[in-house]
Write a protein that binds this ligand. Sequence first.
Ligand code: ZN
Length: 405
Amino acid sequence: MVSDRKNQTLKTIQTILTIPRGEIMVNRQRLAETFKFLAEIDSISREEGVLAARIREILSGMGAETWVDHAGEHVGGNTGNLIAKFTGNVSAPPLLLNAHMDTVEPGRGVTAVLKNGTFTSDGTTILGADDKSAIAILLETLYALKENNLTYGPLEVVFTVCEEIGLLGAKHLDFSLITAAYGFAVDATDTEGIVTRAPSANHLEFEIHGKDAHAGAAPEKGINAIVLAAKAIADLELGRIDEETTCNIGIIEGGIATNIVPNLVRVKGEARSHNEEKLNQITDRIVSSFKRVIEAYKGKASHDELPRVDIRIEKDFSRTDIPSDHSVVALATRAAENLGRKMKTKTSGGGADANVFFEKGILTGVLGTGMRDMHTVRESVNLDDMTRTVELLLEIIRLHATGEA
Ligand SMILES: [Zn+2]
């Protein structure tokens, strides 16, 4: 009997040892319930108030100190960003953890349906796995840390508003509340990748002012703004400029009637590059093309003020470029290795809150949750993938707290 029990105990221990470290701690049921709970609270950009309040209750219940900053007032929303701090149980540099609370349309009245281990909406709305799968993952990670008495250092958790409408929450975040110098955002798909590079982007707007006239009675008195815009655009090299640079003209609006020479056209576009100098070059090239067309017309016209082009260039977001030997990369890579998984550094073509953090000197790698088909009614996320990311984060936090990576 005794030896039988001994064998049994040995077997149990062997089983535990062969299970990767994270797996035994994640409560999949709770993770799924948390996600469904979050997904079914409306939180369109600028309307994240109810969701923020619910998350704040959960975090306070776990013993975090929480703040809501004043970003809501700056962006015209009903809440600011939610910040929660956990002191941890060992001293280590504070680690930033981030996800965004807002979702896109159609995102009201979401029903999260779990079928064969995958969440989708009922097909009439988005699911909001972007980025509520990340919020659920971060909350489950925190639950697991607490209830398993795991070793962890200080954590600064930032849930932003208005990411989807130009990273507005992050741009207005009260950075005086943040002391972390690096960390992780969870807002991508690949559970075996970390985004360490993302481009800078400029938003470009051109208002071309011509002169209106009756197109039949006195066309020679008019200056056709549509023609000028067309000439400026036709001369441009658009699309992919090189490996790290792209640009696009995406919106053109103008004209009132077929019998009026149009006096106003608005053209909107963007340029992106991983290289700041190239971003400036391509922006200059687009601007020059519009200016050149206006100047060329003026050269032969008698009208003095017109035509004219008003140009507005705004930085949409700054680039991210985390060196491959930085702790953020080492932590993610080592954690994945310890779990028997792969981890590759990735380049993103888009902007995320992480770009804003990078600009503020907080180096933030972006991890994936397995979410797919974001911003469509077919959006989905797999519970296995979410569980994997909780495991990864638990191992990252352990390595960070113990100084092993
Ligand atoms: Zn997102």
